[in-house]
Design a protein around this ligand. Sequence first.
Ligand code: ADP
Ligand code: ASP
Ligand code: MG
Length: 470
Amino acid sequence: MLIVMKFGGTSVGSAERIAQAAELAVKSAKEGHKVVVVTSAMSGVTNKLIAAAENAVAGEYHKTVSDELYEPHRQAVHQLMPNEAARRREALDSLRQKFERFETLCKGLTMVRELTPRTLDAISGMGEMLCAPILAGAIAERGVTSRPIEATELIVTDDQFGQAEPLTAETRQQTREKLLPLLEAGEIPVVTGFIAATKEGVQTTLGRGGSDYTASILGAALDADEVWIWTDVNGVMTANPNEVPEARTMREISYSEASELAYYGAKVLHYKTILPAFKQKIPVLILNSFQPTDTGTRVSVTGHPSSRGVKAVTSIRNVSLIAISGKGMQGIPGIAAKTFDTVAAERANILMISQASSENNLCFVVNSSEAARVMKALRVSLELDLLQNHIEDIVVDDSIAVVAAVGDRMQGAPGIAGKVFGALGTANVNVIAISQGSSERNISFIVGETQAAEAVRAIHRAFELDKPSQ
Ligand code: ADP
Ligand code: ASP
Ligand code: MG
């Protein structure tokens, strides 16, 4: 089999964890599989890089920042490559080069005092570049030839910095050209997750948590047999285990369930991961690098639908509700069209839409980081409607969360919405707005942020998701 396996931040979070990741990759290679490894940055590193860039642009940069980031990587090199001095030296040299570039960029920021999305991508993507040579070295120490590969040489994207989208044909060609010969020669390439490059070679990133997406992009480009996501839980669970301690791992879910769950906040998978795998029907496995013998979750076509209808519950924070209201909206065509055109032009992602049947109110949810921009643009594009009093107000509420109940079997099953909202009523959770996608695989609704955890737990209890389904 050809397997693309991705290791998340905690799975490469220390020298010990990198050693374990190397063992897992080598084990599959020794079983006769062709293995491509995708690595995240060591846990916490991406956040620190972004914080350093933000501080630098505010005028604060001190060398200790770079020293602090360097230290865990240096230690990992010494611990993981005890045998060959040349290999160690090469890894340390590569680290030093990256840190020099990091320092130059940060010092530049203290002078220009402007952090563009493009520069932020150049800095935030460095964690993966620091980690890949270390993991490749650890694999080589175990007797299988391995080398780090920067995904800027493989994945070609548009120039939407911070959220770049791959160009499929170019990516497929470059990935096959570079990786297939290595795989034929029995090597394990270790590719940096999260980063990519435009056609012109400018570094981009695929969005926070995007290493999962890297794995499925490469899996699709290589026509891989399976994509494995090694993380720190036993697969995709019926709810966020931090929010619902009794949450259970689902052994099999469908592509559509995985995709809805990821889209509505299940952090275990980046929300775009499923699509490239789904298009080619490549199974995706979510596995625990801390418990590698556990079977984890398998994402496949059928996905073992649950007879209960609802299979899992998720929540998303850091989202904002934008509401447009006014008695004069009734019967005036085009306000919704103008609104959504404006949001699209701002390239903001809409997570949920709801309109009351009286037509007096149209509301939708976007990520909080995009809300101010969208509000500003709406005030301009709807200015005339505001002046003519078709619209009385455009308001934003940042203190909300979206909760979603997901399951393939919800389709056509009566009584599920009743049970969801009955459970919320019993738990005294106030529902602000509701939306059910036409796929009927998902009921999502808005609640106050402080009630989100209770809402998730109430639905989990009502559908007895802590018990195995038949
Ligand atoms: P990685 O660093 O491996 O990419 P992440 O932190 O991005 O890992 O994702 C794994 C985490 O996702 C888990 O530790 C868990 O806290 C969180 N999580 C949220 N919702 C779910 C869910 N439904 N199933 C499993 N994990 C979830
Ligand atoms: N290191 C990146 C992040 O923290 C990508 C990833 O871990 O998937 O967002
Ligand atoms: Mg992740």
